[in-house]
Design a protein around this ligand. Structure first.
Ligand code: AP5
Ligand code: ZN
Length: 217
């Protein structure tokens, strides 16, 4: 299974990706997690990316496309993978097409903007694994600690209200056009086109997981 999870910042891509990847035994490829790991490690890529991410803008297509191509060439991607937060621009989607990367499904998670602000302000993350919680909607067993390792949870730098607003604008202008891109491609009967599925991302985490798995079955 090779799939793309498409949705606004805070729509629940990372949360649902964990369940879907476990179910299908495929790796989660989150370009956001990869960039945050580079920031933490202080690599040249991380140093360049940090400023852009903290402003809510997108890292350049060339860098992201290079990262993803390298990642999907790894042996653990041979049986499939899930893209979380990628592609995010038309050139990124075109680069996958041009490289002949065959995708099975594009799954869009649709959540209204008002819910998104509340979700992001309560988000807490376990940085080494990318596991995500919410202080109210999806709390860890012990406040402030990761369920699996017991390590500290942190708040993401780009979850400040001003940055969240900017990220939503960037989503509308640069990423939202991909909804049309994939929906139209699926509708035109091309055998190489991935199927297009859309689910509502409003409800509990479990309800959305059930919807996602049904849409993928
Ligand atoms: P990235 O890390 O991809 O962030 P994003 O797309 O903005 O998405 P988020 O991670 O914020 O949200 P999510 O949909 O994963 O939601 P989550 O499951 O955490 O990108 C960060 C930055 O990196 C970008 O701004 C850009 O600069 C750069 N970047 C990354 N990829 C790039 C690319 N391809 N090209 C260029 N630049 C790139 O859920 C959110 C919260 O809600 C959590 O607290 C969660 O617990 C809670 N929640 C989840 N589900 C529910 C529910 N059903 N009900 C209530 N709460 C819920
Ligand atoms: Zn995420």
């Amino acid at each position: 299974m090779r799939l793309i999870l498409l949705g606004a910042p805070g729509a629940g891509k990372g949360t649902q990706a964990a369940f879907i990847c476990q179910k299908f035994g495929i790796p989660q490829i989150s370009t956001g997690d990869m960039l945050r790991a580079a920031v933490k490690a202080g690599t040249p890529l991380g140093l360049a990316a940090k400023k852009v991410m903290d402003s809510g803008a997108l890292v350049s297509d060339d860098i992201i496309i290079g990262l993803v191509k390298e990642r999907i060439a790894q042996p653990d991607c041979a049986n499939g993978f899930l893209f979380d937060g990628f592609p995010r621009t038309i050139p990124q989607a075109d680069a996958m097409k041009a490289a002949g990367v065959k995708l099975d499904v594009v799954l869009e998670i649709d959540v209204p903007d008002a819910a998104i602000i509340e979700r992001m302000s309560g988000r807490r993350t376990h940085q080494p694994s990318g596991r995500t919680y919410h202080v109210k909607f999806n709390p860890p067993k012990v406040a402030g600690k990761d369920d699996v390792t017991g390590e500290d949870l942190v708040q993401r730098e780009d979850d400040k209200e001003e940055t969240v607003k900017k990220r939503l604008e960037v989503y509308q202008s640069q990423t939202r056009p991909l909804v049309d891109y994939y929906a139209k491609w699926a509708a035109n009967g091309d055998a190489n086109a991935p199927k297009y599925r859309k689910i509502s991302g409003t409800g509990t985490v479990d309800e959305i997981t059930a919807r996602a798995l049904e849409a993928l079955s």
